[in-house]
Write a protein that binds this ligand. Structure first.
Ligand code: FAD
Length: 438
């Protein structure tokens, strides 16, 4: 067993001993939660093995700060911190999403209406550059821009090797109340009121149809008259429609959507009875990775998070109903904690909102993905929205850099990866994953 320094040194040696500048990818222990793409060129990259970077180094109960390696999964983290009645701030809903992946990709959940993403609650990253230098990056030191740009740049500015982040106090159970609405305007009013009052620990919801909106508001509680979990036969999003309230153990609350948010697998009663206990998002993604050569691209359903400025939500929904009209949708209010360095001034000139709605389209079948994604990207650009880059991306390079901040990105890249071995963000997310890496 190597200690943290020894593991980091091993990675540094691998990087330093490389001769050429061909692209590299990371080898992790857990499955990737990017949407599987059959033509992804990264399958053929040389791998930098970071699979043993998966230890929790310290939980400081007094200061409520945790230090951990990036490969720690949220399920392991929650199991470890709840022993001290603490939890990470923002816990993505799938058990094996890692903390490094949540920072490099995206991370949202029902605490996001107050706290933004997991990265917004991080204090320090240790980052290994392409040339094997080790940097400590905080919001206030000489590497502050690297700290800020590590979020959402999909590992293209360096390898995160250690993370320091905040925890908050938790209780053993979560009580959820399902508020029901028939119109978008009533729904928006309820969301806004909770957002202003900050009166609940958790807020997300399901839009079952244009006339059926459920807002799930949750609070930590010490006692529960009963508890449910969603690890086998029960489907959380469906229960949100028929129930008025629910109690879950805290860990079961965090991973209530692990079998799929609005597209649980298996779907049928019999399928769930026989396989439901054993198959979750992790197993499904692993199977798709193993059999990717035999799975046609059209079999992979749409999995896409769109971030809509709250003030443009009504306009977006009118467009969405007319052009797409797929339901149910997952709705996660998300507070933009600051003017993020990874977004352009142009983006912030257009969009003044602090609150966004993450409208997640999960499970939609579509044979014409390219035109679907292009249509959505165009609409999002119109209304000052954004999407996560984990699924298909068809932005032109000039449109892409109207949203993502090239000036800040290039500054950081120059320092951390001048030979571009991690690829640049546009190439990696808009070309390489589609198999057009040139
Ligand atoms: C079906 C599905 C459902 C999802 N549901 C949710 C959800 O409910 N809530 C939520 O918040 N998110 C959700 N996501 C998105 C998910 O959080 C992000 O895709 C996240 O980036 C995945 O993290 P991972 O640990 O699987 O990392 P990976 O997918 O392995 O990596 C993501 C990117 O980060 C890079 N990376 C990983 N580790 C490091 C590191 N140590 N240093 C530098 N770069 C690194 C990788 O190179 C890659 O480009 C979902 C995704 C899918 C596909």
């Amino acid at each position: 067993m190597l200690n943290h320094e020894q593991k980091v040194n091993r990675i540094i040696q691998q990087l330093k001993s490389r001769k050429g500048t061909s692209p590299v990818s990371l080898r992790k222990k857990t499955v990737s939660h990017e949407v599987p793409k059959m033509k992804d060129q990264r399958f053929f990259d040389e791998k930098i093995d970071v699979s043993d970077l998966d230890d929790i180094i310290k939980i400081d109960v007094e200061s409520k700060i945790c230090i951990a390696e990036p490969g720690v999964t949220f399920v392991d983290l929650v199991k470890a911190t709840t022993k001290y009645n603490l939890v990470p701030i923002v816990v993505p809903e799938l058990k094996t999403i890692t903390i490094g992946g949540a920072i490099s990709g995206c991370s949202i959940e029902s605490m996001s209406y107050m706290y933004g993403g997991f990265h917004d609650n991080c204090l320090e990253y240790e980052i290994i550059t392409a040339k094997g230098d080790l940097l400590i990056c905080t919001p206030d030191n000489e590497n502050s821009l690297i700290f800020e740009m590590a979020h959402g740049t999909f590992g293209t500015v360096g390898i995160i090797s250690k993370i320091k982040f905040r925890l908050i106090e938790a209780k053993p159970f979560v009580k959820v109340i399902y508020q029901k609405f028939e119109t978008l305007e009533e729904y928006k009013t309820a969301i806004w009121e909770h957002y202003e009052r900050k009166d609940v620990d958790f807020m997300d919801g399901i839009i079952h149809s244009p006339s059926e909106y459920v807002l799930s508001i949750g609070n930590f509680v010490n006692e529960a008259p009963y508890t449910h979990n969603y690890n086998w036969m029960r489907i959380y999003y469906k229960d949100s429609k028929r129930r008025k309230e629910d109690y879950l153990k805290t860990i079961d609350y965090f991973f209530r959507y692990d079998k799929g948010v609005t597209n649980p697998t298996p779907k049928s009663f019999l399928g769930r009875l026989i396989l439901g206990r054993f198959i979750g998002s992790t197993e499904l993604l692993k199977l798709v990775k193993i059999f990717r050569r035999f799975i046609p691209e059209r079999m992979i359903p749409i999995t896409l998070d769109t971030f809509i400025p709250f003030s443009r939500a009504t306009e977006f929904f009118q467009w969405y109903k007319k052009e797409i009209n797929f339901f149910p949708l997952w709705c996660v209010p998300y507070k933009i904690r600051k003017k993020y360095e990874w977004l352009t001034d142009e983006f912030f000139d257009k969009t003044k909102d602090e609150l966004f709605l993450d409208i997640a389209i999960y499970g939609m079948k579509n044979d014409h993905k390219e035109s679907f994604y292009k249509m959505l990207e165009k609409e999002l650009m119109e209304i000052g929205g954004i999407k996560t880059l984990i699924s298909g991306n068809y932005y032109s390079e000039s449109d892409f850099w109207k949203i993502w901040n090239k000036r800040n990105y290039d500054k950081v890249k120059q320092k951390t990866d001048p030979d571009n071995i991690f690829r640049d963000l546009y190439t990696k997310t808009c070309k390489t994953t589609r198999g057009v890496d040139y």
